[in-house]
Design a binder for this molecule. Structure first.
Ligand code: SF4
Length: 347
């Protein structure tokens, strides 16, 4: 019988992986790729807008980086994977005064460090934040320490500049690499090029730009991910966040959960194509043993950070000699020494 490789043995040594099914060929490929790069530290982020209670790391109880939705729970696209459900846990801020009041209260009461501004999109996958910019300017003037992130959705050059001049620190958008996914899943009649144009517009500003790629967005199948990675690799984004489709938001029977090996292969490709910037695993991904296995692949692929790491990630890092650190912010934004992973809205 063939002997397990070093990293397969490392996986077997981690109790959290009892009963897990790892792809030995993929593990070997991950190990081979790791030999050609330095073993850098991995950051385990536990952002505060979601409850977290992993067995290996504890979450932070302070509401120091919440998410606001400018449309509350409404969204005109109603994408098949989301049905606007991602907006539900966000704090409604349907007018600028509401945002101003809530942010000031949170600064006073909860030591607010920053926030994410998001919302549902219109039928063109755009979110009009313009009326919020005077409020953001005032908030930044009064509380310069606040880090402000926005889900930009699709945007053009002038609107990206306006976002920057309001004082927004970080802009995030989902990059989709397949026309059929845009059409079928998003119900959106726009070409892939519009996503690249929006990314280019954001990258031409001084904001930190953090594109997201949703692995398995096409009903759980891998379709446009490689193209999306190529798009990201062509622009000087600050970092890339990968998330995995969560089909339980969708109509039953329409999505499958992507195979963990397929997800691990995307991690391998992402690390290969986006070498010079951080690649992070964001907080949206299927739970349970799927998450443990996916997180293990992320550790082995050399991703730079994981939000809400599943049990086993810390022990595996130890077992393969990867140093790690914990941060209480979203991994898309830097807060002091920490760095912040936001849920991907695709908006
Ligand atoms: S992914 Fe974004 S655009 Fe699509 S339904 Fe959800 S909130 Fe709306």
């Amino acid at each position: 019988m063939e002997r397990p490789s070093d990293w397969m043995r490392a996986l077997e040594s981690v109790e959290a992986y009892d009963g897990a099914d790892f792809d030995a060929a993929l593990v070997d490929d991950l190990h081979a790729a790791a030999r050609h790069r330095p073993q850098t530290a991995i950051r385990f982020s536990t952002p505060t807008f979601k409850e977290y209670s992993g067995g290996e790391l504890s979450g932070c109880s302070k509401n120091s980086f919440p998410a606001f939705s400018v449309t509350a729970g409404a969204c005109a696209l109603d994408c098949d994977h989301c049905k606007a459900k991602i907006l539900e846990p966000m704090i409604p801020a349907t007018d600028p005064e509401m945002l101003d009041r809530k942010v000031r209260d949170l600064v006073l009461l909860q030591n607010l460090q920053g926030f994410l501004l998001s919302g549902g999109s219109n039928r063109r996958n755009e979110i009009k934040y313009e009326r919020y910019y005077p409020t953001i300017e005032k908030l930044k003037r009064d509380f310069p320490h606040l880090k402000i992130a926005i889900h930009s959705a699709l945007i053009d050059g002038p609107r990206a500049k306006r976002m920057e001049s309001a004082g927004v620190d970080t802009a995030m958008m989902d990059v989709i690499g397949a026309e059929e996914t845009i059409r079928d899943v998003y119900h959106l009649n726009r070409p892939v090029e519009d996503f690249e144009t929006a990314l280019a517009a954001l990258c031409s500003t001084g904001m930190e730009v953090v594109p997201h790629i949703v692995i398995g967005l096409h009903y759980g199948r891998i379709v446009g991910e490689a193209n999306a990675l190529d798009i990201v690799s062509r622009h000087m984004a600050h970092s890339l966040v990968l998330v995995v489709i969560m089909p339980f938001y969708a109509k039953p029977g329409t999505f499958v959960t992507p195979d963990t090996s397929a997800v691990g292969r995307i991690f391998l490709e992402a690390r290969r194509r986006v070498r010079d910037r951080p690649v992070l695993l964001g907080c949206a991904r299927p739970p349970g043993m799927h998450k443990r296995v996916v997180d293990a692949y992320a550790v082995m692929a050399g991703l730079d950070g994981i939000a809400f790491p599943a049990d086993g990630a810390v022990a595996l890092s130890d077992a393969i000699g990867r140093p790690y650190q914990q941060s209480h912010a979203c991994c898309s934004i830097k807060i002091g020494e920490g760095s912040v992973v936001l849920k991907s809205c695709a908006a």
